[in-house]
Design a protein around this ligand. Structure first.
Ligand SMILES: Nc1ncnc2c1ncn2[C@@H]1O[C@H](COP(=O)(O)OP(=O)(O)O)[C@@H](O)[C@H]1O
Ligand SMILES: [Mg+2]
Length: 373
């Protein structure tokens, strides 16, 4: 013990109080950490290391690291052997990150840092561990998303370019009826592209935490009434109904501190899904919720086939969609992201009316400083 004398930051100083501090600092690290003393014994293991290695602290603590933490490369060579920290040249201070096979055949990304005294004597080895599975999975996910995006963009573009070039080359040979049909297809595919791109931009903002919300007091009843009246003017008249739940009738609805445009987008998506994937009539109910009634609850119920229990988590994923190939499968991913950005939650259940029920919960009320006149 006692490598504090060389002025280096050490993981386990001698005094018990600072040992506790070092240990709690070790727990703050996002990566797994195993601290080995100069004699090769494991002195500290953080929780993340245990999680990555799927073991208990006691399995490692006090043991000889080469025995309790076997690490081999892809060719089966022992990582501790080439060369060992103990016989490496004293100028060597670290080992680069390497993908290794840990105990139980797990993939682990391992780095090491050698802490030496001023005379070059090895005092500690800090072994950093990262979950390779998680990283490989993230890389695979990203590749899947890219290929899906490319495919989704290409499909509508094919019809746009195909029909425009046919129309330009053989304009006189088509009847008015045929031309109209082609132009309608172009219009619908072009608007699908626009929508897809808007959703992709929202997703990238949500995923990178760069979405800015223009927060202001919002009356949710107004937001929802706009949607309902929009349907009144179209062929979906009478298919979307707005109602107030019992608590809201009794106590009135508080305003929510939110971005009105983003909430419009959320409910537009949910109502459109209910009409497209479910079945009218669609009932939108506003009520109070939570133990003290200070949350606002919005239920969107339809009378369609509902969503099977095993699919309820998946519907909020990227590109997940049912059998209808003409949609993007991004809507609910964006809905969840926007609701969560407002500090709320969204869940899907079965509607007592028979179809799907989407329940959005948002914290009610506006911050005190804003509520003051
Ligand atoms: N109200 C609903 N009733 C039945 N299925 C639904 C409902 N809302 C969404 N879904 C299912 O969830 C999928 C994902 O929805 P969403 O993310 O909005 O994508 P999209 O509408 O572009 O397909 C839909 O394709 C559909 O299969
Ligand atoms: Mg949708």
């Amino acid at each position: 013990m006692g490598s504090g004398d060389d002025g280096q930051v050490t993981a386990l100083p001698a005094s018990p109080a600072s040992t506790a501090t070092a240990a709690s600092l070790g727990e703050l690290l996002p990566d797994g950490l195993v601290v080995v003393s100069g004699d090769g014994a494991v002195r500290f293991v953080n929780q993340e290391a245990c999680r990555i290695l799927d073991c208990e602290v006691e399995d490692l603590l006090g043991g000889t690291v080469t025995e309790v933490l076997p690490l081999t490369d892809r060719d089966g060579r022992d990582w501790w052997e080439e060369p060992t920290p103990w016989n490496a040249p004293s100028t060597r201070t670290r080992r680069r990150e390497k993908l290794l096979v840990g105990p139980d055949g797990r993939d682990v990304l391992v780095t090491a840092r050698y802490i030496r005294s001023p005379t070059g004597h090895l005092e500690r080895v800090l072994v950093g561990l990262r979950d390779a599975e998680a990283r490989l999975r993230a890389e695979r996910d990203q590749a899947t998303v890219l290929s899906t995006v490319a495919h989704e963009l290409r499909a509508p573009l094919t019809s746009v370019t195909g029909f425009t070039s046919s129309l330009l080359r053989r304009w006189d040979r088509f009847t008015d009826e045929q031309k109209r049909l082609m132009i309608e297809t172009i219009e619908s595919d072009a608007s699908r592209l626009t929508r897809l791109i808007t959703e992709l931009l929202d997703i990238s903002r949500l995923d990178s935490d760069s979405l800015t919300l223009r927060l202001a007091p919002v009356d949710l009843h107004d937001v929802l009434a706009t949607h309902v009246s929009r349907h009144e003017l179209s062929r979906t008249a009478g298919q979307v109904v707005l109602s107030l739940g019992p608590l809201a009738q009794e106590r009135g609805l508080p305003e929510v501190w939110a971005d009105a445009d983003r909430l419009q987008q959320v409910f537009f998506n949910l109502i459109e899904n209910a009409l497209r994937h479910g079945e009218a009539p669609v009932t939108v109910t506003l009520d109070l919720d939570g133990p003290t009634g200070d949350w606002v609850l919005v239920l969107v119920d339809d009378e369609g086939g509902g969503i099977a229990e095993e699919d309820r988590d998946k519907v909020f994923g990227r590109f997940w969609r049912g059998s209808d190939g003409s949609t993007t499968g991004l809507g609910l991913y964006v809905v969840r992201g926007l609701v969560e950005a407002h500090g709320g939650t969204v869940a899907v259940e079965s509607s007592p009316a028979g179809g799907a029920r989407f329940a959005v919960r948002l914290p009610g009320g506006v911050p005190d400083a804003v509520a003051l006149p």
